[in-house]
Design a protein around this ligand. Structure first.
Ligand code: MN
Length: 759
């Protein structure tokens, strides 16, 4: 039997017993070594346990033997060990240490694990710290634990806390958060719960459920140690596990570099502390208020209306919770496009940690002198600045919302009835004046902008490359019908709708039906589209749309006899935002809510399955299909492989330079058309085409050719039926299908497809 040894710690005489007993037999660590460990760490550890009621786990026979979990002090506890009964637990008298002597006396009980409460006796109801204990499932690697610990730490920091980390000495990591002890356990617990619920919403592999079944495979974020009376293993305490691991405080960076939560055993811990000093120095300086109480008076009042209007079980919108980081929203703005009952824009300006908000039905003006109504709505929480998504139908503001533009802003003037500010967004770079007219109604005007007026310069249509068959990475594309008509860019500028052809010619007056149609819900927008005439099966008739385009006079009559449909397939601009650098799918997503499709204005449908639409279009004898890269930008005037035209037939655009005299039943018509291509005004003869038209079509073609002046033969080549040929100005173009080129470079098996006048 060991003899008792007497010693003195901080002037207090102490009796130490059983010093040779192996408390960690596996690691050959005796009670003497355990006590000497506590002596070494006392100066680091005591500040974390002083004044805190303890619970102890004792292993009098070492970790191989029985352990005792005790709250009540032993009956033989000497009078100089401070202790107290707590108001919520009259059955136990807790040890409440004040110095190193008390710690060593406790160590002599073979109390390897020392657990503390979050408050001290002098302020028992108001905790001065809280803890998030990351308790991983069996099969998680420590790397996974660290990764999540890092995310939890960031989450705490976003709420204004300054958490400190320690290795648990068991399986996980503890985040200890110093608090200003001004709020009771309930208030603190409510705040922690709300904060950690928002964390698990974004991290589905974490849970707050303690029950084994519910937490299966997930990280338990144990926050229940923050209830009054509950305890957690203290910093620097040993754990009753093989090897003598320490619940070791460390700088965060070093925790992230550890390979095990049990890396520090008692000898290693002492070595570390001797070399590096206290890793948690200045712990109490990190104390902050519980986040729910920060600026509560000023700010919560602002978000009360926001909160009242919403049911957060149903909507995905950010909650009304206030966090310390909210102030970072000041000086930032967002404009959102909101497809609610009525499509509108929402302008939100960050101020005092919230977003001052206005609904602007017609959007911010893009030119000076235009007055727009802005209706002030309730302040929105800072997090709303990034909100995009669908607010469920039936809820307040039900409908889809997109972030339209974002950036910073500066106040130029701020008074109760008048605001001046400059937005520096990605698209909106302009100064605005806003003044209150009555109640929530404001008027907003543009003061000046550095963005050029896009309606003065316009946008060139993007051209498509031509390929055979579907693209290789076919899932990177979406597919559309290739509409065989006239490609147009449509400018909607206030009440004015202008339609420009590919070359930029204004052809609006040929298609007056679209000027009267209210197909666009925003004030200013630019679309890319195709105008087509359709047969009774819905197939484009190219000749009809061409005849509409070249019609002189009686346009209104033609509107009825040859109706034209506008298939819109892209959106290049909306109210101050030039969208050409956005990915195709995003442009399409923003295009849908701002258009009102009907009989004449139609959405050119998108298809995921390219093969299927290719077959369908081929069966319908349509011209082909388009493949458009999902993430492709719009390159004005450029021809890129972002868009590919996929045709079934080999065809070429030629110029009609003459025709031969007809014979037999074609005697009153013509025999064939002479074709050429033009490059740099130089003609290259391509041969003749004599098929692909019936008599009606031929009559039509000849009528048009007869309007042109006759010229002398414009090519040097000797051609067939030269003596029976008439030569004309090269003004009409046609598309010719062919099998291949002959040795002379002319077309083999040519078939006439369609014809148009050069624009
Ligand atoms: Mn809104």
């Amino acid at each position: 039997m060991d003899k008792a040894v007497y010693t003195e710690v901080e002037g207090q005489k102490l009796k130490l017993t059983n010093l040779h007993k192996k408390l960690y037999p596996d690691a050959d660590i005796s009670k003497a070594e355990v006590i000497s460990y506590f002596l070494e760490v006392a100066k680091f550890m005591v500040p974390h346990i002083v004044g805190r009621p303890l619970t102890l786990i004792r292993w009098p026979d070492g970790i191989g033997g029985k352990s005792f979990y005790t709250k009540n002090k032993p009956s033989w506890t000497p009078d100089w060990i401070p202790s107290s009964i707590l108001p919520w637990d009259e059955d136990n008298e807790y040890i409440i240490p004040k110095n190193a002597a008390h710690l060593i006396w406790i160590a002599n009980l073979a109390a390897l694990e020392i657990h503390t409460m979050n408050s001290t006796l002098s302020n028992l109801n108001n905790p001065n710290q809280f803890i998030v204990d990351l308790d991983p499932p069996e099969d998680w690697s420590f790397d996974q634990v660290k990764e999540m610990a890092d995310q939890v730490k960031s989450h705490l920091e976003e709420h204004g806390y300054k958490p400190l980390g320690k290795l648990s000495g068991g399986k996980g990591i503890h985040l200890m958060v110093p608090l200003i002890p001004k709020w009771d356990y309930d208030t603190v617990m409510v705040g922690i719960k709300e904060m950690m619920r928002s964390f698990i919403q974004g991290h589905k592999n974490s849970t707050l459920h303690v029950h084994k079944e519910k937490r299966k495979g997930k990280m338990l974020l144990d926050i229940y140690r923050n209830h009054p009376g509950n305890t957690t293993v203290a910093p620097f305490s040993l754990r009753g596990k093989p090897g003598g691991p320490v619940s070791m405080p460390l700088p965060w960076k070093e925790i992230m570099e550890c390979d095990s939560p049990r890396k520090y055993t008692l000898t290693r811990a002492i070595d570390y502390l001797k070399k590096n000093g206290n890793p948690w120095a200045g712990f109490e300086k990190n104390a902050v208020p519980i986040h729910t109480q920060v600026k509560k008076k000023e700010v919560n009042r602002n978000l009360d209306t926001y909160k009242k209007k919403r049911d957060f079980d149903k909507t995905n919108e950010p909650s009304s919770a206030i966090t310390m980081s909210d102030a970072s929203v000041n000086g930032n703005f967002v404009v959102q496009l909101h497809d609610a009952t009525n499509l509108h824009f929402d302008l939100r300006l960050g101020q005092d940690g919230v977003l001052k908000s206005w609904a602007i039905p017609k959007g911010l003006p893009i030119r000076p002198g235009v007055k727009r109504l802005a209706i002030q709505t309730e302040d929105h929480p800072a997090k709303y600045i990034d909100f995009e998504g669908v607010i469920p139908k039936g809820e307040y503001g039900g409908g889809e919302m997109w972030v339209f533009d974002k950036g910073t802003f500066e106040w130029n003037k701020q008074s109760k009835k008048s605001l001046k500010f400059t937005l520096q967004g990605k698209y909106l770079k302009a100064a605005y004046n806003m003044y209150n007219i009555k109640n929530a109604e404001w008027i907003v005007e543009l003061e000046k902008t550095s963005t050029p007026d896009i309606f003065k310069h316009g946008i060139q249509p993007m051209l498509a490359g031509v390929t055979k068959g579907l693209p290789k990475n076919k899932n990177d594309y979406l597919y559309e019908i290739k509409w065989d008509g006239i490609r147009v860019i449509v400018y909607k500028d206030g009440d004015d709708v202008r339609i420009l052809s590919r070359s930029g010619r204004d052809i609006s007056d040929k298609f007056p039906e679209f000027a009267a149609l209210k197909f666009c819900k925003v004030q200013h927008a630019i679309f890319d589209a195709e105008l087509v005439c359709l047969d009774e099966r819905g197939r484009p008739i190219f000749a009809d749309i061409i005849s509409r385009m070249h019609r002189v006079g009686k346009v209104q009559a033609a509107v009825k006899t040859k109706p034209v449909y506008m298939y819109i397939f892209d959106c290049l601009y909306i109210d101050g935002m030039k969208m050409t650098t956005l990915p195709f799918v995003k442009r399409r997503a923003l295009m849908i809510p701002i258009l009102k499709f009907g009989n004449l204005v139609r959405e050119s449908d998108l298809f995921e399955d390219g093969q299927q639409i290719y077959e369908a279009a081929k069966a319908m004898q349509l011209e082909g299909i388009m493949a458009k890269k999902k993430d492709g930008i719009y390159d004005p005037g450029g021809r890129s492989d972002t868009w590919k035209k996929i045709k079934y037939r080999q065809a070429m655009d030629c110029c009609i330079i003459g025709y031969t005299k007809g014979q037999g039943d074609r005697a009153s018509l013509f025999g064939a058309l002479h074709l050429a291509t033009i490059e740099d005004k130089k003609l290259t003869y391509m041969g003749k085409v004599g098929t692909g038209f019936d008599h009606t079509k031929m009559r039509n073609i000849l009528d048009q050719l007869l309007t042109l002046a006759e010229i002398s033969k414009p090519i040097p080549d000797t051609v067939e039926e030269e003596s029976k040929s008439t030569w004309i100005e090269p003004k009409y173009y046609c598309e010719i299908q062919y099998a291949s080129l002959t040795n002379n470079g002319t077309l083999r098996e040519p078939v006439f497809l369609k014809m148009w006048l050069k624009d």
